[in-house]
Design a binder for this molecule. Structure first.
Ligand SMILES: C[S@@+](CC[C@H](N)C(=O)[O-])C[C@H]1O[C@@H](n2cnc3c(N)ncnc32)[C@H](O)[C@@H]1O
Length: 311
């Protein structure tokens, strides 16, 4: 049972969520205006809001928001205790929007994974995962990625000395595997063409051991500012930033050993962590973004050196 006051807060957050206001952004704004809420309360409120969107299609439309939040938590607890308690047919019909099956196969394991609480993954500096896991206590390494650490604790990671000194970044396992697959080597020249806040730029630069250069471009300058702050914390200097909006007007004439195009996409891969997006993404988005991706690919492919790698 969740404390009624926390349920009321979660219902307050729901009121501010819309197609244009993502759940995580709404939560951030809500906590900025409710500063007295302590981290344990914030964790419960955030979790309840995400659980709500995960189980949205199971909830009684006529019930009050608080009742619906309670119903969602009950479904979540039942499912967590016994994932088989919810039939695969029910998951296929209700956990994702109906249009998804026109775009991809939807195996039962994938649906079950979507309904679970997501794992919090950290990326340690190359070769330092075991040491980081030990120093953070509630954390463990994994054979699935060389520098990944699964964090199981509840402490505020942003307040740790290890975070402040750039010993790790929060980055999903799948995202970490992208730069691992790109496999840049020290001294090469790479272009991270949709660098955003630099999750993958920093990883590429780190794998290159601060040697060579990663061009990091995006059309969103605020994101690039965040990238610079993160690079500063990690003491990575082998990168440079520029504006690129995906058009034929390229940011440089440089030819690259490798280009990573982490283009804007439907975000379906984030639906476990960000279940609200299941109900705001449309098939039209998928079509439109596919066209954007193809245009970007066509514009940048000529910047590869012969034999260069395009990821
Ligand atoms: C998937 S995110 C990149 C995430 C980033 N690579 C990371 O690992 O943190 C896609 C990025 O593409 C950028 N973007 C969206 N539309 C764009 C466009 N038409 N041209 C250039 N960048 C665009 C967005 O600003 C966003 O930062």
């Amino acid at each position: 049972m969740i404390d009624q006051a926390l349920l009321n807060h979660a219902a307050g957050v729901l009121k501010t969520i819309s197609a244009d206001q993502r759940a995580d952004t709404a939560l951030r704004f809500y906590f900025e205006t409710h500063r007295y809420l302590q981290p344990p309360a914030r964790r419960v409120i955030s979790h309840t809001v995400f659980v709500y969107f995960r189980w949205l299609q199971w909830l009684d439309e006529k019930a009050s928001p608080q009742k619906r939040l309670e119903q969602a938590v009950t479904f979540h607890e039942r499912f967590t205790a016994d994932p088989k308690s919810i039939k695969p047919e029910a998951l296929a019909a209700l956990a994702v929007p109906a249009w998804l099956k026109t775009e991809m196969d939807i195996p039962a394991d994938y649906l079950r994974q979507l309904q679970r609480d997501p794992t919090l993954w950290l990326r340690a500096r190359p070769g330092r995962a075991a040491g980081l896991a030990k120093s953070l206590f509630a954390a463990e390494t994994t054979p699935r990625a060389p520098d990944a650490v699964r964090f199981t604790g509840v402490s505020d990671l942003f307040k740790t000395e290890q975070f402040k000194t750039g010993e790790f970044e929060i980055q999903d396992l799948a995202s970490q595997l992208v730069s691992v697959a790109a496999a840049p080597t020290p001294g090469e020249t790479w272009w991270d063409a949709c660098a955003g806040e630099g999750g993958k730029t920093l990883h590429l630069a780190d794998l290159m051991m601060n040697k060579g250069v990663v061009w990091a471009t995006d059309r969103n300058e605020k994101r690039i500012d965040t990238l610079k702050r993160r690079a500063g914390r990690a003491k990575l200097f082998n990168y440079r930033t520029a504006f690129w909006d995906g058009s034929a007007r390229l940011p440089t004439k440089t030819k690259f050993d490798g280009i990573l195009l982490d283009a804007p996409c439907s975000g379906i891969g984030t639906w476990q962590r960000n279940p609200h997006a299941r109900w705001t993404t449309t098939p039209a988005d998928v079509t439109e973004l596919a066209a954007t991706q193809l245009a970007m690919l066509n514009h940048l492919v000529g910047s590869l050196k012969p034999g260069g790698r395009l990821v």
